[in-house]
Unconditional design. Structure first.
Length: 402
């Protein structure tokens, strides 16, 4: 069975652990179709790809240019039916880890792929995907189809879906779900081609589990106490990609699975840091996704890392921040240390509330290169009567090259 994965910069450090587990445990390897981006090629070049990988670049699909990345992945997973060779293909993400030897047959009952579904639950977070998906399809439904991390599409069904609807229409609807679209379409028009498992009445267990996404509540906080033994009955597990613990837990589960099977770690996980290359213009568009340690709204965590392309004879990097006032400590300032590499000394900084510019001189940088930037921040503060429980330090406003 072919596998399809859509990835991009911030996911690649997780992807390498998925690929290592796939290479070790998946027994019936056909094609592994990996959608990535030319922008991410320097990162991807640092990852060992299985020999059966077919690498496709987003830039080869002009219709996705300028479109929301979240919408792109939904579209590409359905479009993948034109690239797969097997009648069934499995959808996985970069944050999956195989824990046991797994075969194609594990996904099938009576030679048909399983599809898990259940009734909608009023007030559940997944409801935000319902109306956009139903609007795209042109009909409604009473079931949700993305309930478990076991997603196998049938190529012929996707081809009929593509001929019935214009898939490109998904690209300007970021809240559609490819899993919901496929499930509703297959359930209505091709019900005999899947084994349908209604999770509220059928006791059939999936072979994969989401470590921290349990419906209908979908609590996305990754439990630091979660461990391999709790999930050893599953063939694979999925984590939530954008939480700090995700990679650590992926490594832990993969190593523990090897201890379970072999009594030792046969394939040591790659722990080398992978830092994304940013496009400085993205910040003005509100896109912080390629920064490690920055929330989606620009507020920094305790440590921020990124890589930037430095042109020849660049004199300095200027990082602009907006620092908040601490209502409980008027003397508070945002402190930290900025560092690049061994050639450039680390420099402490102390940013007062208001607008600030942190200048990092690049003495000795004579030629074009990629430069790693690391910012370690001191203690922030919490707003005592605010539902946002984050620790606040500063909001990243711009990165400029001088």
């Amino acid at each position: 069975m072919d596998f399809v994965v859509v990835t991009f910069g911030p996911d690649i450090k997780l992807l390498r652990h998925f690929l290592a587990s796939y290479e070790m445990y998946y027994q019936d390897k056909n094609k592994l179709i990996l959608f990535s981006s030319v922008t991410d090629k320097p990162l991807l070049d640092q990852v060992v790809l299985p020999r059966n990988t077919v690498l496709l670049m987003r830039e080869d699909f002009p219709e996705v240019t300028g479109m929301d990345e979240y919408s792109q992945q939904h579209y590409l997973k359905l479009l993948a039916h034109t690239f797969v060779d097997t009648e069934f293909y499995c959808i996985m993400d970069s944050d999956f880890v195989f824990l046991h030897p797994t075969h194609d047959r594990d996904f099938l009952d009576e030679d048909k792929p399983r599809c898990f579904y259940r009734p909608w639950v009023e007030g559940e977070p997944a409801l935000w995907k319902r109306k956009p998906s139903e609007s795209f399809l042109g009909f409604g439904g009473e079931f949700v189809f993305n309930t478990h991390a076991e997603w196998v599409f049938k190529r012929s069904i996707c081809a009929k879906l593509s001929s019935t609807l214009r898939l490109e229409g998904m690209l300007d609807q970021p809240n559609v779900s490819e899993l919901q679209i496929y499930g509703m379409f297959a359930y209505r028009d091709h019900r005999q081609e899947h084994v349908w498992v209604r999770v509220d009445t059928d006791k059939t267990e999936p072979i994969g589990a989401s470590v921290n996404q349990v419906p209908p509540a979908y609590n996305l906080d990754l439990d630091p106490g979660s461990n391999f033994r709790q999930f050893e009955s599953y063939r694979y597990v999925q984590f939530w990609s954008y939480w700090d613990l995700a990679e650590q837990k992926m490594i832990e589960f993969f190593e523990d699975s090897q201890q379970y099977h072999h009594g030792r770690v046969v394939v040591p996980p790659d722990r080398a840091p992978l830092t994304c290359i940013i496009d400085v213009s993205n910040i003005s568009k509100g896109n912080y996704r390629y920064f490690d340690g920055v929330f989606s709204d620009g507020w920094v965590k305790d440590e921020v890392k990124f890589k930037v392309h430095v042109p020849e004879l660049c004199k300095a990097i200027v990082i602009e921040f907006m620092v908040p006032h601490n209502p409980e400590d008027r003397k508070w300032t945002c402190t930290g240390i900025a560092s690049t590499d061994e050639r450039i000394p680390a420099q402490p900084f102390d940013l007062a509330p208001g607008g600030n510019k942190l200048k990092i001189p690049l003495k000795g940088i004579q030629q074009e290169q990629y430069l790693n930037i690391a910012l370690k921040f001191g203690k922030g503060f919490n707003y005592s009567e605010n539902s946002d429980i984050r620790e606040f330090r500063a909001r990243l406003m711009a990165v400029r090259l001088i």
